[in-house]
Design a protein around this ligand. Structure first.
Ligand SMILES: CC(C)(COP(=O)(O)OP(=O)(O)OC[C@H]1O[C@@H](n2cnc3c(N)ncnc32)[C@H](O)[C@@H]1OP(=O)(O)O)[C@@H](O)C(=O)NCCC(=O)NCCS
Length: 161
C-alpha cells in the first residue's frame, strides 16, 4: 500500500472500525445488530484512549483516506517484571485490504512505541484456529509463543450482549 498512514484513532473512526469488525464476521450477533449499536460503544472506547494516551494507544491504518485497520495497546505497569508490558487487545484489518502490509505496519508501530516507552515486553492472545496463527503472522514479526502459559478469562457476560 503506497499511501498507508498510521495515526491515532478519532471518534469519527468508530463507524469504519465497526464495519471492519462486521466484515471479519467473527460474531453473528454483532453482524445482525444495527451498525450504530456496534459503533456507539467503540466511540466511547476511542474517547477513553484519546484522553489517556499514557495508558493506551489506539491507532488506525489509513489508505487513501479510508480506515483499513486498527489496533489497540494498553501500557500495563507490571510489578513482577519491574517494568511495563504492552497488552495488545485488537489487531484487525479489513479483508478487502488484507495481505498488503497494513497488519504488519500496525504491529510494527506498536513494537516501536513499546521500545520508546522502555517496556520490557508486549503480549497478546491469538486464536490457534485463526489464519493469522496458522500463517505465523506474529512469529514472522519476531514474537515468541509461550508454551507453558495458559490463558484464562473471567466472563461477566457474553460479548455484544
Ligand atoms: C491478521 C491480520 C491483522 C493481518 O493483516 P494483513 O494486513 O493482512 O497482514 P499483512 O499484509 O501485513 O501480512 C503479514 C504477513 O501475514 C501473512 N498473511 C496473509 N494473509 C493473512 C491472513 N489472512 N491472516 C494472517 N496472516 C496473513 C502474509 O502472508 C504476510 O506474510 P509475508 O510478509 O511473509 O507475505 C488480518 O488478516 C486480520 O485482521 N485478520 C482477522 C483478525 C485477526 O486474526 N487478528 C489477529 C489476531 S488478534
Amino acid at each position: 500500500m503506497a499511501n498507508l498512514n498510521i495515526r491515532r484513532a478519532e471518534t469519527k473512526d468508530a463507524v469504519p472500525m465497526a464495519e471492519i469488525l462486521r466484515e471479519i464476521g467473527w460474531s453473528e450477533k454483532r453482524n445482525n445488530m444495527p451498525l450504530e449499536e456496534v459503533s456507539e460503544p467503540l466511540e466511547k472506547l476511542i474517547e477513553h484512549c484519546g484522553k489517556d494516551t499514557e495508558g493506551h494507544t489506539m491507532i488506525v491504518a489509513v489508505d487513501e483516506d479510508k480506515v483499513v485497520g486498527f489496533t489497540t495497546v494498553h501500557w500495563v505497569p507490571f510489578v513482577m517484571l519491574g517494568s511495563w508490558e504492552g497488552y495488545v487487545s485488537d489487531v484487525f484489518v479489513s479483508p478487502t485490504a488484507g495481505g498488503k502490509g497494513a497488519g504488519s505496519a500496525l504491529i510494527k508501530h506498536v513494537m516501536e512505541e513499546g521500545e520508546k516507552r522502555g517496556c520490557m515486553r508486549l503480549m497478546l492472545t491469538n486464536g490457534k484456529e485463526k489464519p493469522s496463527y496458522q500463517m505465523g503472522f506474529y512469529k514472522k514479526m519476531g514474537w515468541t509463543e509461550r508454551p507453558k502459559v495458559a490463558n484464562f478469562v473471567y466472563y461477566y457476560r457474553e460479548p455484544w450482549s
